[in-house]
Write a protein that binds this ligand. Structure first.
Ligand code: SF4
Length: 258
């Protein structure tokens, strides 16, 4: 099974989460209504962004990645200028480029996000796409993140050029390239093991994304009660983990520690 872009991002957030997803998926929680709503919004925004680059081609996914990859290769060979959700695979790493454009200087990777700002995780997201495409021998001239411009106010008609903001992140993506082979080797090593990695809970459980193994790690393994120091609303996250690190988990533990 190839390592997808979302698994790569999962592994960067927490190697245990990557291991669980591949080896023990039954402990992960299914996405709730909120997560599904976020996903649906992302899909709608992605479709709208495609309209910024009209006349592109899309290969409907048949369930066969090899066939999909071969068709994309063929489209590029035929001189197609814009391809939506273009799939590529290099050395077991599979990526889908939201909107791929072929310009005079090479390929432009456009990654679409439904958020209103550029986030660090988006750079990693685009960096693995750049890694796969450049390793396959394609000349990538530019990498963009396309996200919603929060300053845009809609009039009668929706103006897509104003709704979306395009940020060039090529340099940031290039700076990530040197570390990617080392990261992928580490992931291979982790996934070759039969025992789950020993990683404690921490701020990484919610950042950059809420982890779907929280029930398992927090409650089943670490026995964090329903109400704990993590529910103190005015306490900073780093302070909560500092208390947790010193063995303080329940409210009454705080009183005793005074
Ligand atoms: S809940 Fe936290 S420790 Fe457990 S897999 Fe997820 S990120 Fe890792």
């Amino acid at each position: 099974m190839p390592l997808s872009k979302s698994l790569y991002i999962r592994g960067l957030q927490c190697e245990k989460s990557l291991w669980l997803k591949k080896k023990k998926p039954e402990v992960l929680q299914a996405p709730g209504e909120n997560a599904q709503a976020v996903f649906d919004t992302g899909t709608s925004v992605g479709e709208l962004a495609c309209e910024l680059f009209s006349s592109g081609e899309r290969i409907e996914f048949s369930g066969d990645f090899d066939a999909q990859i071969a068709k994309i290769k063929e489209l590029i060979k035929r001189g197609t200028r814009v391809i939506y959700e273009a799939t590529f695979c290099f050395d077991g790493v599979l990526v889908m480029v939201d909107i791929l454009r072929i310009g005079v200087d090479g390929i432009i990777i456009n990654e679409v996000k439904s958020s209103t700002a550029l986030k660090d995780v988006y750079i990693d997201d685009a960096a693995i796409q750049y890694y796969v495409l450049s390793s396959l021998g394609y000349e990538v001239s530019r990498v963009n993140i396309i996200h919603i411009d929060s300053t845009y106010t809609r009039d009668e008609t929706l103006e897509l050029e104003k709704l979306f903001c395009v940020q060039d992140i090529t340099e940031q993506v290039k700076q990530k390239q040197r570390d990617i082979p080392k990261i992928l080797n580490k992931f291979d090593e982790i996934l070759s093991q039969n025992n789950e990695p020993s990683i404690d809970i921490g701020p990484h459980c919610t950042s950059p994304y809420p982890c779907d193994a929280r029930e398992y790690c927090w409650h089943k393994q670490r026995a964090i009660p329903e109400y704990s120091i993590f529910d103190i609303s005015r306490l900073r996250s780093d302070k909560k983990f500092e208390l947790y690190g010193s063995g303080v988990i329940k409210f009454n533990n705080i009183k005793r520690s005074k």
